[in-house]
Design a protein around this ligand. Structure first.
Ligand SMILES: C[S@@+](CC[C@H](N)C(=O)[O-])C[C@H]1O[C@@H](n2cnc3c(N)ncnc32)[C@H](O)[C@@H]1O
Length: 260
């Protein structure tokens, strides 16, 4: 049995719902600034060190690229292991990053088998998909000295998903916020610091039924690539009650190595 397409895969002749999200939400730019501001916390202070990074749920590397750009600006060397369950995402990652400093592993939180210890693990908007968040965070901390985690809050995507829980494919996974992540870190005794950031989400395209990007964005908003036209229409009717632009809030959590 083949599984239904995810919002991260291309949909027939046109782009994926995720492409529409990346176009209409500026969070990756907001995150880049936040990554720059907190550089020392995730990259550490040993500037001569070749930073080994594992990116859990790397996707096509949209966030990874921001991170490696910052490392390049600082003249920091790195090796990078991208881990994602979707081959299409890894292929897109490889297309821009190549093989020199990057390795690619097709796996998820549950079945990834680390072959070494890493200085830094990334989980940028991927923990929603972990079958068990506590198990995923425990595993990450068994093979990485520190972790940089990005997870959303109650605004933005959650505003739409909370209206359509029956459409949301991975409801339990999406129905979590950065507060759930920090609660697990607290229970595991892992120290961390969180900063909060607001991105802008532009839903104006969703209000026009003839706009294909708007249809794709609606599918991403409810994490369901197989919505029928009628269901897209139901979500559109709700989105029409919202302003064209609203806040998508994000928590940036960076853990502290236990020996510090
Ligand atoms: C919102 S995207 C984020 C991609 C990337 N981290 C970024 O910020 O650009 C979430 C990613 O999690 C991946 N994912 C889905 N299930 C997963 C699992 N069980 N373990 C790890 N990653 C998973 C998806 O394939 C997708 O690439």
């Amino acid at each position: 049995m083949t599984s239904p397409p995810s919002v991260y895969e291309t949909q027939g002749p046109h782009a994926s719902p995720y492409t529409a999200w990346l176009k209409y939400c500026n969070e990756r730019e907001v995150l880049k600034t936040a990554f720059e501001q907190r550089f020392g916390e995730w990259a550490g202070t040993r500037n001569e060190q070749n930073l080994s990074i594992v990116d859990m749920g790397s996707g096509a590397g949209v966030s990874a690229r921001r991170i490696t750009d910052i490392l390049d600006i600082h003249g920091r060397k790195y090796s990078f292991t991208a881990v994602d369950p979707y081959q299409e995402q890894l292929d897109q990652f490889r297309a821009w990053a190549g093989e020199d400093y990057f390795q690619y592993v097709r796996a998820g939180f549950e079945d990834f088998v680390p072959e070494r210890k890493y200085d830094l693990a990334l989980a940028i908007h991927s923990l929603y998909y972990a079958q068990n968040m506590e198990a995923a965070l425990t595993k990450i901390h068994s093979f990485a000295e520190r972790a940089m985690i990005v997870h959303h809050g109650r605004q933005g995507l959650c505003t739409v998903q909370s209206q359509f829980p029956h459409h949301v494919k991975s409801k339990n996974k999406w129905d979590s916020t950065y507060a759930d992540v920090t609660a697990v870190l607290d229970s595991l005794g892992i120290p961390y610091r969180t900063t909060f950031h607001d991105a802008d989400l532009d839903v104006s395209s969703c209000k026009d039924p003839t706009n294909q990007e708007g249809v794709d964005l609606i599918k991403f908003l409810v994490d369901n690539a197989t919505l029928s036209e009628k269901e897209v229409g139901e979500v559109r009717a709700f989105v029409k009650t919202l302003p064209d632009h609203f806040i998508h809030d994000i928590g940036l959590i960076i853990t502290t190595p236990l020996e510090l």
